[in-house]
Design a protein around this ligand. Structure first.
Ligand code: NAD
Length: 421
């Protein structure tokens, strides 16, 4: 199995070949423009000193300032951050926003840190990166295990370092300090808009479709709730500890309340009224690998990368895969899904709602404006529907799957900017 970056790059190269793009384009996009690696000293609550390793990769800024989330995870590494930064360049181009691609991360199990330690680590990371980030240079955002509170610390620390109030340095901030309405649910909402477009094209009715959601975190819990509202039946949800499957359907609002309360859906009582829609007799606990191959119409991947591979792609029973996570399907897995006629709404399209509303937040901050939730939702829908339409027509033109089509669509937009023509 190729490492994440090499895998992501191979997919982009394949699209560049199919779309007959000049070699110079790939020569430039093949490596990030800059890479920053920092060692952050943090005084722990017990008085000891610990060093945390952090990264920021700035992949390409031909379209605008670098943009991308910051991930706190024990397995964060340079290869992963490089891959995620490359995907950000592609993603911003698919939805046609004037931003480039970047990504950051710290190798840490943030759940084992106190709030004070987490804040000290975040502020340290910000101070070390302050010379290379900023509202016109590189704008971080939340990702796995980072949230609006972490963003507020970055905003505050960066403003202190540069001696100027700079809300535009990060997106995904709390609303009261310049965050955008609609940002928290944006990734999921964007995914729902593209999925509904696909369902419409296929002539299906959401009420007849079942959904399994891997990764019941920020993106996953919002998507389950939004799809439930649209009439889809949620039949399984999971988190890092495992999952629950209920053939007769799960009420995602109740399930999420339970997850927040008990830390994991695995701790929720199957028979509890809180969890299921009907009696719960047909509910059972499932392993993370089992969830992926459950019978359902739509599999939502909203956990981490490399979940669908050659090891399980033959066993996937869903007919549509919605990739809210970044890189959840590797190249071999992708080829198998394509051969089997399973439609994949690829990450750079399906989860682009997050960066799109991040862009809206940044515009509001730069112009000193405050948009209503309805205005944000309407603009987001416009962007996602337009991107989906374009990707669909590229897929018909080149007779390729939606992932290759999304990458070709991105490269088309990037080529003149990157090559300066
Ligand atoms: P999150 O930390 O809120 O949620 C991740 C969830 O996945 C957690 O509930 C975790 O327990 C679960 N998980 C981890 N490993 C798992 C496994 N093997 N099986 C099942 N569940 C597992 O993070 P998030 O912000 O929702 O991000 C999820 C994915 O979406 C990431 O790939 C991220 O890069 C991508 N994404 C997020 C955003 C955003 O705005 N938050 C935007 C674009 C893409």
């Amino acid at each position: 199995m190729l490492p994440f970056y090499e895998n992501a790059l191979a997919l982009v190269k394949k699209a560049a070949k199919t779309g007959n793009f000049p070699q110079d384009l790939m020569t430039i996009l093949e490596e990030p423009q800059s890479i920053h690696s920092v060692n952050i000293p943090v005084r722990m609550d017990n008085g000891s000193l610990r060093i945390f390793r952090g990264f920021r990769v700035q992949h390409n800024n031909a379209a605008g300032p670098y943009k991308g989330g910051i991930r706190y995870h024990p397995e964060v590494n340079m290869n992963e951050v490089k891959a995620l930064a490359l995907l950000m360049t592609m993603k911003c181009a698919v939805v046609n926003i004037p931003l480039g691609g970047g990504k950051g991360g710290i190798e840490v199990d943030s759940r084992k840190l106190s709030k004070k330690e987490l804040e000290a680590m975040t502020r340290g990371y910000t101070r070390m990166l302050a010379p290379v980030i900023g509202p016109d240079k590189d704008i971080p955002a939340p990702d796995v295990y980072t949230d609006s509170t972490v963003m507020s610390w970055i905003y505050d620390e960066y403003s202190r370092v540069v001696g100027k109030d700079s809300p535009g340095v990060v997106t995904g901030k709390p609303i009261e300090i310049g965050g955008s309405l609609g940002r928290a649910s944006a990734t999921a909402q964007g995914g729902v808009y593209v999925l509904l477009e696909l369902v419409k094209k296929l002539g299906k009715n959401p009420k007849d479709m079942t959904v399994a959601v891997q990764g019941f975190g920020n993106a996953g819990s919002f998507v389950a709730k939004l799809l439930y509202k649209e009439g889809f039946k949620i039949v399984a949800v999971s988190d890092s500890k495992g999952g629950m499957a209920c053939l007769s359907g799960i009420d995602p609002v109740k399930a999420h309340t339970c997850k927040i309360d008990k830390q994991s859906v695995m701790e929720c009582e199957i028979a509890s009224e809180m969890f299921h829609v009907h009696g719960g007799a047909d509910c059972r606990k499932v392993s993370n690998s089992e969830l992926l191959t459950l019978p359902c119409d739509i599999l939502v991947l909203s956990a981490l990368e490399n979940q669908v591979t050659s090891a399980n792609a033959e066993s996937i029973q869903a007919k549509i895969v919605l990739e809210l996570a970044n890189g959840p399907t590797n190249m071999e897995g992708d080829a198998i899904l394509e051969r089997r006629g399973i439609l994949v709404l690829p990450d750079i399209l399906a989860n682009a709602g997050g960066v799109t509303v991040s862009y809206f937040e940044w515009v509001q901050n730069m112009k000193g404006e405050k948009w209503s939730e309805e205005a944000v939702a309407a603009k987001l829908k416009g962007k996602m529907v337009e991107a989906m339409g374009e990707v669909w027509s590229v897929s018909e033109q080149y007779k390729v799957g939606l992932r290759q089509a999304a990458l070709i669509s991105a490269l088309r937009r990037l080529a003149p900017m990157v090559l300066g023509t």
